[in-house]
Design a protein around this ligand. Sequence first.
Ligand SMILES: Nc1ncnc2c1ncn2[C@@H]1O[C@H](COP(=O)(O)OP(=O)(O)O)[C@@H](O)[C@H]1O
Ligand SMILES: [Mg+2]
Length: 349
Amino acid sequence: MNDMSATTDLAIAMRGVTKIFGKDPQTALALLRAGKSKSEVQAETNHVVGLDDVSLDIARGQIFVVMGLSGSGKSTLVRHVNRLIEPTAGEIIVNGTDVLGMSLDQLRTYRRTQVAMVFQKFGLLPHRSVIDNVAYGLEVRGVAKKERLHEAGKWIEIVGLSGYENSQPRQLSGGQQQRVGLARALAMDTDIVLMDEAFSALDPLIRSGMQDQLIQLQKSLNKTILFITHDFDEALKIGDRVAVLKDGAVQQEGRPEDIVLRPATEHIEEFVRDVNKARAIRVRSIMECGATEPCDLSVPTDARCEDVLPLFAEHEWVGVVDEHGTQIGRITAKQVIRALARHTPAAAA
Ligand SMILES: Nc1ncnc2c1ncn2[C@@H]1O[C@H](COP(=O)(O)OP(=O)(O)O)[C@@H](O)[C@H]1O
Ligand SMILES: [Mg+2]
């Protein structure tokens, strides 16, 4: 399973990636490998375990979410992908290439052409206009002015900021600034976009709109998006797959419905417990109506999410029938998961 040939079809493969912060990481690494916990390693050596033996397969063309509480290692993980951080041990293979084997020149090209990053605090250049911010990455890449402004203008329109081309970042709201950051990353036209808590600073309503837009954009652009969040609802809503991180280690990885149905640890169960409050939502309020392929498995319109959720262990969708048993639509795993995420108190706040 861990051979290189299996990784070339993936956008990103991490293999046994461990990161220890401190002067003598090897001593701490030995303790970690001997079974000591992050806090024990820290107490004994004053070294911090950033990541602990992380292996992930991130397939192309999906939104892959890494979710975890503050300090769980999310930023450390994502920064390994563009090698802003070097691991203490392990491999990182992106688009079939070993990132750690790249020369400085190759790394520079790699960052400009293969992985773009969106930051939590926007990271905009304060004295440049919106369009010059969006065009910045292309400028660095040496794209001629006319072409880069044309490209930037296109992305500004896509993220809904037409008319703001010549504004300064400080004249924009937080949500608008985040859109500039997103447009700048998309303008790089990389296959992979890394987003580290990109929406965490936004108000709930604006945040929800940005989530919807990201899902739409991913569908139309078919990029691989590695999305970092501390918010379980956000992870369920936008993730095709979700990995949950604690103390630098992956506790569980799977489809959102797998995680909600079968939380692997007590820590994850705690997150799922909040989602459970929304399990009373009826199928009729979230189903897709209309003709669908017939399905041998169906549920009535007044079934609750609680009743249909277990069916998604085996099926991507099931039929919905009226009181006469006639199929009138269908309901998908994604619809149920998104309804659960949307209706939790934290998301509704
Ligand atoms: N440069 C660093 N030096 C020492 N410890 C660090 C450094 N960067 C992160 N850490 C530690 O590594 C762990 C993971 O941090 P981080 O990846 O920033 O978590 P998250 O993004 O999930 O909040 C934390 O315990 C943090 O204190
Ligand atoms: Mg972080």
